[in-house]
Ligand binder design. Sequence first.
Ligand code: GLC
Length: 559
Amino acid sequence: MVQNLNWWHNKVIYQVYPRSFYDSNGDGIGDLRGIIEKVNHIVDLGVDIVWISPFFQSPQKDFGYDVTSYLDVAEEYGTLNDLYELIDLIHSKGLKVMFDLVLNHTSDQHPWFIEARKSKDNPKADWYFFADGKGADGKKVPNNWRSDLQIKSGWQWCNERHQFYFATFLPFQPDLNWRNEELRNEMFSMIQHWLKKGVDGFRLDIFGAIMKDKNLTPNRINPSLFDTSGPHLIDKKYTANTEDNFELARDLRAKCDEINPESILIGEVFAPVNVLKNYLGKDPISKKDQTTEGNSDRYFKFPGLNLVFLFDFLAFRYSAEFFRKKIQKYELKFPHPLQPTYVFENHDRARLMGRVNNNIQKAKNLALLQLTLRGVVTVYQGQEIAMENTYIPLKKALDPIAGKYFYWIPEPINKLIKERLNRDEVRTPMQWDDTKNAGFSSSDTTWLPVNTNYKTTNVKVETDVPDSVLNLYKKLLQVRKTNSAFKGSLEIVNCDQKDILMYQRESKDQKILVCLNFSNEIKEVNYEVKEILFSNHELNTAEAKCLKLQPNSGVICVD
Ligand code: GLC
C-alpha cells in the first residue's frame, strides 16, 4: 500500500523527437519553435514530463546522437533563446523537462575530436578512447572488442596518430575517455549548466557503455542469440556495465545533487535485471525504507540513477501470459521505492502497432495496461494516436545503421521482420491533421515521408472521435492521476483463464482491480467488483459477480 516518495514516482514521460514533431519554419524538419507551438497537445494529453531527444549542434549523421556542441542548439532546430523559451513554457504549464544526453561519444566532427585525432601529444589527446594497435606495423586492432552492432570491431584506425580509437556505436561516434579528469570535469560542468538553466533531468544515452575496462581485457567468446543486449558472438563483459560504470552513475548523481537533488536521471542501459539495478546505487533500499510504508512526506534518496528503462515490452508478445510474467518479475526486482519504467515505443524500435497487425482494439488494450501499471511510464510521440511503422526500403534509409549494415537484406525478407531494421520507419513526421504533410510542415518535401494513413490517423480527427485512441490516452491519464490506488502497490490476481490478466492496485484509501482480456473472444470472469471506473470497450459489463469482457479489451474497477 505504498505511496509516492519522490515527485517523479508514477509519472508519465512523453518523448518528443524534435526532427519529426512539428516544423514551424517550413523547411521540412521539425524544430524547437514547433514544440513551442504544439505544446498544448502534450499538456492536454495529461503527461507529466517532456523528454526531448537531442537538438544540440550536430552534423546529424545519427540525427543528433552525434554531438558537436553540448551547449548549443543545432541551427536547423532554432536558437538557445527558443530553447529557454521552451523550458519556461513547459514549466509554466506545470510540466517538467528532460534533455537527452549522449555522454558516451561525440561526433567525429566535434572540435575536441578534431584536436584529439591530430597527435598523441595534443592537449585533447586523452579525451577520447585511443589505444595502440598490435602487430609489427601496429595496424591490428588492440583487442576483440566489438561495436554495439556486433558485426564489426569497434576499433577505428586513426592515421594521424597511428593508433585506434574505440566507437561503441558507429565509426563516426568516437567514445569519450571519462578517465581523463579534464574531460570528466568538462562534462560534469556542462550537465550542471543545464540544471542551472532549469532542466529537471536527463535521459542518458547508452550509459552502460561509458566506462570500458582500462586494461583492454578482451571480451569472452560467448555466442548468444537472445541476450538482453541483442544477439552476439562475443559478449560485453569488459565494454559494458562495468563496476566503474556503476560508480560513474553515483558520481553523476552527486554532481546533479550539487545543483538540484530533485533532478532525475534515467539510464538507457542493457543488462540482465540484477545488473541493471547496480545503476541505482549500491543498496538503494535499506530494510528501514521497506517497512516505512505510506509515509508520503519522506523523500527517498537514490545514490545512483533514479530509473533505468525496462525494454522487454518493446518486443512484446501480445498475450496475458507474457505480460503477467514480466510484471511479476519487475514487481519482485523493483519493489517500492524502486520504480519499473516500462517502454512500448521509442525512436529506435518498431512501433507497437506493427506487433499487433495494426489492430486498434489491441492498441487500446496495451494503453490500458501500460497506464495502469506501477512505475514510470514513457509514451513516444505518435503512440497516443496509434501511429504505425511507415515502410521505407532499406536502400532508401537515412538511418546510418540501416544504410551501413542492413542495406543488403532483400526487401521481401525485410518486410517480414517485425523489428524494423530501418529506424526511419518509426521516426516519420507526427500526424497532426488531414492536410498536406499531415499538418507537420508547409514544405513541399519533409525529411522523411509522412505515413499514407494520415488522413484518418491524426490528432485532429482523433480529437473529434470520442472513442479514438487519443481520447483513450487522455482519459486513462486522468484516471491514473486522479485515483490514489495508482500510486500504491500492484499485485497480480490469480485467474484460471490463460487469456485474462488481472491485478490489483492499492493505496491507503483505494483498491482498484484491472482486468484485461487478451483473446479474440468474449470472456466472462467470475469476480465481484463495486463498479466499472473505466473501460476501453463500451460493451464491457460487471453484473452478477461476473465481469464480461469483449475481445481484446479491459476494465478498471473499484474493488
Ligand atoms: C541510443 C539512441 C540511438 C542512437 C545511439 C547512439 O541507442 O537511442 O538513437 O543512435 O544511442 O547514440
